[in-house]
Ligand binder design. Sequence first.
Ligand code: ZN
Length: 272
Amino acid sequence: MRTFEFRLYPNKEQSRRLMACLAESRKLFNEMLAQMKQQYEQDGTFPSKYDLTAQFKGRGGEYVPATTVQMLADRLSKSLKRFLAARELGIPDVGFPRFYRTSQKTLRRKQRRLCRRKKGSNRRRKAARSTAQTHLKIARQRRDFHFKTAKLYAERYQLIAVEKLTILNMVQNHSLAKSIMDASWGAFLAILEEKAERAGHQVIRVNPRFTSQKCHKCGEIVQKSLSVRTHICPFCGYIADRDVNAAKNILKRARPGHGLQESTYTDGCSVS
Ligand SMILES: [Zn+2]
């Protein structure tokens, strides 16, 4: 679309009419907004731009032409759509946030310093206290992150499917880092379940067996190590991010017999 701009030189009367039009338009816009809010509070829906145009037909009065009323309704509904879309996209990935890595670095540095200090010395005691404080800080940050993330998901989704933590899994794990991750995951799930319950929503824990290896499309097992981040099925040709394939399997397990709605899961939620 091409647009042209012209400088207008209105006389006094034209100027007055233009200002009146502007003031009236602003008033109408605000009234439309109030109308939208009211309907949303009443039944949770928003009026469309056609509803608004119909409701405000003839309300332009002396200064606001009917096309302007339509345009106001159109703009309002567009900005509402944009606002709702932005909220839709505002769901962050569940992953370790940056602060966590920064604190971990500090902790490692402090731990090394602690080891260098002579046992029983004053300086060692000081270093020990400093290390403990960083531990505490990390624990608080993690807890805070858990609460925020849990709130976000619990309030937004009616059904949240997660992998059940199995004792077997934890025993089989030799890596300390993985055990810590599991412990953290367990703490997060407890918070998530509590918040979901409060919101009247449901968290379903499913058997984590083969959720990563199984092909979501055809059900065949496709072996892959943890470093392989993409699921490529040699049986049916389905290709997806490793975590997305796993997430679809987890959701399917949580509600067998139901089709998958794309909007009910979030990509990038690392579960495996
Ligand atoms: Zn397949």
